[in-house]
Design a protein around this ligand. Sequence first.
Ligand SMILES: O=C(O)/C=C/C(=O)CC(=O)CC(=O)O
Ligand SMILES: [Ca+2]
Ligand SMILES: [Mg+2]
Length: 438
Amino acid sequence: MAHLNETHAPSLRSWIDSANAHDTDFPIQNLPFAVFRRDGTDEPFRGGVAIGDQIVDLAALAAERPFTGDASVALQAAASDSLNGLMALGPTAWSALRLALSKALRMQSASRGLVEACLVPQAAAEFAVPARIGDYTDFYTSVHHATNIGRQFRPDQPLLPNYKWVPIGYHGRSSSIGVSGLSFPRPIGQMMRPGAPSPVVGPCERLDYELELGIFIGPGNATGRPVSMDEAESQVFGLCLLNDWSSRDVQGWEYQPLGPFLSKNFATTLSPWIVTFEALAPFRVPFVRPAGDPDPLPYLDSPANRAEGALDIRLEVDLQSRLMRERGLSPQCLTSTSYRHAYWTPAQLVTHHTMNGCNLRPGDLFGSGTLSGPTLQEAGALIELTVGGQQPLTLAGGESRTYLVDGDSVTLRGWCEAPGAVRIGLGACIGTVLPTTS
Ligand SMILES: O=C(O)/C=C/C(=O)CC(=O)CC(=O)O
Ligand SMILES: [Ca+2]
Ligand SMILES: [Mg+2]
């Protein structure tokens, strides 16, 4: 595979023992970025890289000026309280920093002593949203999600005829994007109950999650300068987990004709770690469309995209209710799927978003859209799993669920495995629903 280099070598091991455990999300082949500080302090937030159960504090490391050239410039940028500066630098600088960190963290590294002084245990850290997100666009890249949810909202025509030709998205809101671990109150909204003569206002009754990936944009493009498929991946800094919490009752009433509005802008949760696109290279897979579906239009097509434009990122959703927590019951897995089923690749999303000259800026965020796989067990939202609330799920401990109940915690997880590669993970994205505040 063209994108593999020495930082992906399965034989690499770190002098940090926890990074060599077979089930760690953060082996030396991963090296994802976050913004963090020591929990409970008023230290400044700064960039960090995960290695095993530790964080390399990039501000502390940058103060030692251990690297030269592009790696040094990238390290100084990553020391800041947001990763926008690092994202702006582009793939050559990202790769140089990754290689320098990989060398510093390997067995027999000459800089072990220096890096050891910059470690903070992950268990002692709190995280921030890793970039100042100027604009957030949520896509709709799972044809299975589009079909399943379409059945609820538009039984006559679940999959609209544009779906297979144009990547559909809506402009989301960045102000309410938070980082894993946050709780949020059940939103209030305006809803039209079935058969009612007029809408009601009150706490949302059909609160849902959406299993998504977040895609952070790198250098961006000038207004009026579309990004071609050949250039598109150099715009992708990395991926994280994203939960697009959704009020289905508000959505069903408000979404026509301009799309979701208040049903989706009250909370969006990200996992703290951004796994770089470079780290994901061993997990690329061919982009394939079901037989009989149209090929993408030429501006959304390229040989490289066909060969390896998709990513096999395994994804899981766990739910734990308040009762389950109180009884010591573990979170229950509701869904397992993979990003490989997506109908559009990250490169196609970048190219489509910029085809009209729209400019992307460093730190902009795309949501992949809800990532449902082909079977119902792979559905990325409760509206699909419970068939619009008609078929409740039974939780461990006997509770039944159609939509989320106050006290429910939802955890998204992601990881990658492939023959001949070391497993890497995206960590977790956790959020908890609180009662409505009045
Ligand atoms: O089919 C619809 O009308 C809307 C679907 C969505 O929930 C929008 C959305 O957030 C896109 C997605 O997550 O795939
Ligand atoms: Ca969504
Ligand atoms: Mg949202």
